[in-house]
Design a protein around this ligand. Structure first.
Ligand code: SF4
Ligand code: SF4
Length: 68
């Protein structure tokens, strides 16, 4: 599972783009994009986003959020 982006909150600061070790996050014309196939759900970006715009794809119990 990949993280999810809340575009209503994202302020396009670019912080998560620089952090992602997989290069899964990109910024294009102030619009954040995610390549889900690259994301390992490490949550570095989730924990670093200053406005809480990124959500993990998997819960702390290992469950897929999409399935809940
Ligand atoms: S760190 Fe948060 S606010 Fe900044 S670009 Fe990423 S998702 Fe958007
Ligand atoms: S969870 Fe990790 S791998 Fe996925 S986009 Fe965020 S920093 Fe990159």
């Amino acid at each position: 599972m990949a993280v999810r982006i809340d575009y209503g909150r994202c302020i396009s600061c670019g912080g998560c783009v620089a952090l992602c070790p997989q290069g899964a996050l990109r910024m294009k014309a102030f619009h954040l994009t995610l390549a889900p196939e690259r994301c390992t759900d490490c949550r570095l970006c989730v924990n670093a986003c200053p406005v809480g715009a990124l959500w993990p794809g998997v819960s702390h119990y290992g469950e897929d959020y999409e399935a809940l």
